[in-house]
Design a protein around this ligand. Structure first.
Ligand code: F3S
Ligand code: F3S
Length: 105
C-alpha cells in the first residue's frame, strides 16, 4: 500500500484524490489517509502531491514510520467503504495525528 505522511497534515492539497483510480484516499479532519486494502499500488498519487507526503510503504522515511500505522488504523472503525467520494470529510483523525499541534503552517 501507499501511505500519507506528516507533510499532508493541515495542508490537504487533495491533488492525490483526483489521480486515484479506485477512490481509496479518504479525508480526515487534518489529513488524508490511504486505505491499505483498497489501494492497488498503482503509484499514480505519489508524484502529484506538491508537498511529497505520499510514499510506498517500504519507502516511508524513518522519521515518519508511524504514519504507516496511522493510515491502517484510521480504518479500524470505518472498515472498507469501497469509495471515498461518497463519505466526504469524515471529520475524524487517527489519535496520533489529532494530538499534534498545528503542522506545516
Ligand atoms: Fe495531502 Fe498531498 Fe494528497 S497534501 S491531500 S497527500 S496531494
Ligand atoms: Fe490510489 Fe494508486 Fe495511490 S490506488 S492511493 S492512486 S497508489
Amino acid at each position: 500500500t501507499y501511505v500519507i505522511a506528516q507533510p499532508c497534515i493541515d495542508v490537504k492539497d487533495k491533488s492525490c484524490v483526483d489521480e486515484c483510480p479506485v477512490d481509496c484516499i479518504y479525508e480526515g479532519e487534518r489529513s488524508l489517509y490511504i486505505h491499505p486494502d483498497e489501494c492497488i499500488d498503482c503509484g499514480a498519487c505519489e508524484p502529484v502531491c506538491p508537498v511529497e507526503a505520499i510514499f510506498y510503504e517500504d519507502d516511508v522515511p524513518e522519521e515518519w514510520a508511524d504514519y504507516y500505522t496511522y493510515n491502517v488504523e484510521f480504518f479500524d472503525e470505518l472498515g472498507s467503504p469501497g469509495g471515498a467520494a461518497a463519505l466526504g470529510n469524515t471529520g475524524r483523525d487517527h489519535s496520533g495525528i489529532a494530538a499534534l499541534p498545528p503542522q506545516n503552517q
